[in-house]
Design a protein around this ligand. Structure first.
Ligand code: NAD
Length: 798
């Protein structure tokens, strides 16, 4: 029986160690963070009269690392408060404490001698049963514990997080020769479920899977560029979104990683591989050495392949020219093949379009893709057992949209193989045999099952039952109702899921109609409703374009009608006699928030950026957002003496300042998390968890929410909020227009011109919201804000 992980220790509080501790803390795992004892006092410590024996000095590295977590961007912590779950310590005084944890992760410098020595010390205090792992990027797991005892080795494995650990999905698990398979399987499940990671199992070979193939790809690209005479920006134009890869493409990625690190990673494979062709590729080209010598190692030093230069007219981006080693302003790159790729959607189509239009750039695309496809196929068996693990590693670790075998399928397995062979390349034996057996792809879809080429036969790709995929359910004809902007899907066991799929998932008229129809359908035929989708963002709000057009045409009755429809729809959803659970993810703004608020429970994905941001476009929430916050304040204050005004003030500030949560957990800090709401770290499980929550409420005997009277702060409370806005304006913190919006918001949240502690109805509050919203739509500065948001994608301060 593997001992379940409740407490952990992270050894090494550098870039990765501290961020891994932060991620564990976010998953509710308390951990120790240990590092070296400093050899010298800092000036500040000496001034305070501290000695090297003082605990504050001895724990300094870890203490400073925890403090840095709160300042690092993007935030490694889901919530600053979680830093309290990390206890700092040092490797001299606190080693015995390792006996009190269930998982020890080594995250110190990438040196075999250091890691070996440290693991030897850990073994001395190690309590049998405790899992021990290393976060090494490429050192051999077996060699690290070569001189440890067999029991310790049985509990030891590699757990390779990618940087930054909170945001990168990939986690490579590397079992050693003697790691207990039960521990490997436990860690696989634990890291997926509890830490939300996409886990692949790698073999103990240099740089494991993603860094092995990723580095190879970057090196062949660099070589192509030098040999065939392309520029830095030409290579980036081809190797970014046109190939289904991130915008940072090749050279922005390298600048971000740091050339020093990259050279080190390449050298690790170079030093350990015997094969000459491969060794050749991994010997970094001279130019990298020259750049490292000059300190041009990328963003950390302000210049690498690119550099930003201040000019009279602003900032200019320049790219390095290798012949002269001088920087020149970046030139725009365009060609028929690049345009063809831009014109189509989806990574597969882009790659086909790029390769299908013959020019210099499609040649470069093929010459950088081909070696990666071949290399991945050659390395199967050596670095990983399945093509799915290789594909997933590249998607989750390098943010590629398609893995190498998926790309090969898109181009056409046979077609690409023929071209490779015609160009003199040798296919790996297993690929040749696979094609000779009449296969035309590496993956195959049969009804709702997906198969992959594995050991000369088709093997089923197993998806855990908890990973409910709406896309797959739609392929299986589980759609109950559908409109261009939204669908209702049967997700099994008597639960339906309302999915938005309009552009940016913005809420327009047809989504509102679909919600109304879904409510009817669920009322008759289902046990409850989930609101979730698989878009990039859950919902960016209401359709601002539509509103702006109506406002510019002065169609006030039309706007009144739209808002009434929005409000009525949300109220209908709230009054549904069946449980409703919303599961938002990523950006959930304005109307998107209002679509979640009527639910009985919200299950936030850990990466949810949630907020009523209407003031950014010169408006206030009017789809029930203000009403719901007034209702929450009233509930929290209870019927008697608690300070209702304080709760209302806090929501006033949150909405007026358009605060957005920095994570699912952070919704608690800004007041959007209700008592029944929760957070889920693994994104793939959110629809499943929402469905389970619906079933649980149904099983327990669901009681629908009844109309509630809202106790409001009334006119005196409104004056308090408006005074706050006035002071902010006097201090020049907000503009005249901000104050106007704030005054309207105060009016609505206070319940209008009624005496303090009046009890009002939900409908009364909705009418106040709508009136204020309409009056703001008529303001030229509000229209200017809407226009700016549509054109620039960010708020205008006017
Ligand atoms: P880092 O340099 O930021 O931190 C290394 C830490 O090790 C420091 O806190 C240092 O005090 C400590 N240390 C140094 N010598 C030590 C010793 N003799 N005994 C104990 N501790 C010692 O490095 P990092 O980037 O956090 O990398 C740590 C590990 O994670 C390495 O194995 C690295 O390969 C791996 N890794 C790094 C990244 C990345 O992007 N930085 C990504 C994945 C894996």
């Amino acid at each position: 029986m593997v001992q379940p992980i409740q407490r952990a220790a992270v050894i090494g509080s550098g870039v990765m160690g501290a961020a891994i501790a932060a991620h564990l803390a976010g998953a509710g795992i308390h951990c120790l963070l240990l590092d070296l004892v400093p050899a010298r006092l800092t000036e500040a410590e000496a001034k305070k009269g501290l000695t090297l024996e003082h605990p504050a000095v001895r724990n300094r590295l870890a203490v400073d690392a925890i403090a840095r977590l709160k300042k690092t961007k993007p935030a490694p912590l889901y919530s600053e408060a979680f830093a309290a779950r990390i206890t700092p310590g040092n490797l001299e005084d606190d080693l015995p404490k390792l006996a009190g944890v269930d998982w020890i992760i080594e995250v110190v410098v990438e040196r075999l001698d250091v890691k070996r020595e440290l693991l030897g010390r850990i073994e001395k205090v190690w309590k049998p049963g405790t899992i021990v792992s290393s976060n090494t990027s490429g050192i051999s797991i077996n060699e690290m514990v070569a001189s440890c005892g067999s029991e310790f080795k049985r509990h030891f494995l590699g757990t390779h997080f990618f940087n930054p650990p909170r945001y990168m999905k990939l986690l490579e698990i590397i079992p050693g020769e003697t790691t207990d398979p039960e521990i490997v399987s436990y860690m696989h499940g634990f890291c997926e479920r509890r830490l939300g990671k996409g886990v692949v199992v790698a073999k103990d070979t240099p740089n494991f899977i993603a860094n092995r193939i990723g580095t190879y790809g970057l090196l062949v690209t660099l070589r192509n560029m030098m040999e065939l005479g392309y520029t830095v920006e030409e290579v980036d134009a081809v190797t970014g979104p046109a190939l289904g890869r991130p915008k940072s493409a090749t050279f922005r990625t390298l600048d971000l990683v740091g050339l020093d690190t990259f050279v080190h990673v390449a050298a690790n494979v170079h030093g350990q591989t015997a094969a000459t062709a491969e060794k050749d590729v991994f010997s970094a080209p001279d130019v990298l050495g020259r750049m490292v010598d000059r300190g041009w190692i990328g963003e950390k030093q302000g210049q690498g392949f690119y550099k930003k230069v201040k000019t009279e007219s602003g900032t200019q981006i320049q790219a390095l020219r290798f012949d002269t080693m001088e920087y020149e302003p970046v030139r725009k790159v365009s060609s028929a093949s690049l345009e063809a790729a831009k014109a189509v959607k989806g990574a597969g189509n882009k790659i086909k379009a790029l390769l299908g239009t013959k020019d210099r750039y499609s040649e470069l695309a093929w010459n950088t893709l081909k070696p990666v496809l071949l290399y991945s196929a050659h390395k199967l068996g050596e670095i990983a057992d399945s093509i799915a693990d290789i594909d997933n590693a590249m998607k989750w670790g390098f943010n590629w949209e398609l893995g190498p075998f998926e790309v090969w399928d898109e181009i056409g397995l046979v077609k690409a193989a023929q071209r490779m062979e015609a160009e003199g390349d040798v296919l790996p034996e297993w690929v040749r045999v696979w094609i000779d057996a009449g296969h035309t792809s590496f993956y195959e879809q049969r009804n709702d099952q997906r198969f992959y080429a594995h050991g000369g036969a088709w093997s089923e790709l197993e998806t855990p039952a908890e990973h409910i995929s709406l896309r797959r359910l739609k392929q299986q004809n589980k759609v109950v109702l559908s409109k261009p902007g939204a669908s209702l899907i049967d997700i099994g066991d008597g639960v339906a899921c309302l999915e938005f799929h309009s552009p940016n998932n913005a809420i327009g008229a047809d989504i509102l109609t679909m919600i109304q129809q879904s409510v009817e359908e669920v009322r008759r035929n289902y046990r409850g409703l989930v609101i979730a989708n698989e878009g990039r963002h859950f919902c960016v709000g209401a359709n601002v374009m539509l509103l702006l057009m109506e406002a510019q045409e002065e169609e006030w009755d039309e706007i009144d009608l739209i808002i009434r429809q929005f409000q009525n729809t949300m109220l209908t959803l709230k009054r549904l006699e069946k449980p409703v659970v919303a599961a938002p993810h990523q950006m959930t703004l304005g109307g998107g928030v209002e679509a979640c608020l009527p639910a009985d429970k919200i299950i936030f994905s850990a990466e949810t950026y949630f907020g009523l941001v209407e003031t950014g476009v010169g408006l206030i929430p009017a789809g029930g957002g203000c009403k719901e916050m007034a209702l929450r304040s009233s509930r929290m204050a209870g019927s008697t003496d608690a300070d209702l005004q304080a709760f209302v003030n806090s929501y006033f500030e949150t909405i007026a300042m358009a605060k957005v949560s920095t994570s699912g957990h952070d919704t608690k800090r800004i007041g959007y998390m209700g008592p029944r709401d929760s957070v889920i770290i693994n994104q793939d499980r959110r629809v499943y968890e929402a469905k389970m929550a619906v079933l649980e409420m149904d099983r327990a005997g669901y009681e629908p929410m009844e109309e509630e009277r809202i106790r409001v702060v009334g006119e005196p409370g409104k004056a308090v909020m408006q005074l706050g806005a006035y002071t902010m304006q006097l201090g020049n913190y907000i503009s005249d227009h901000d104050r106007l919006i704030a005054n309207k918001l105060a009016h609505v949240l206070a319940g209008g011109n009624v005496p303090a502690n009046s009890l009002v109805s939900e409908q009364y509050m909705l009418d106040l919201e709508r009136e204020a919203f309409l009056s703001l739509c008529g303001e030229p500065k509000t229209q200017a804000r809407m226009q700016h948001m549509l054109a620039k994608g960010k708020p205008l301060r006017n």
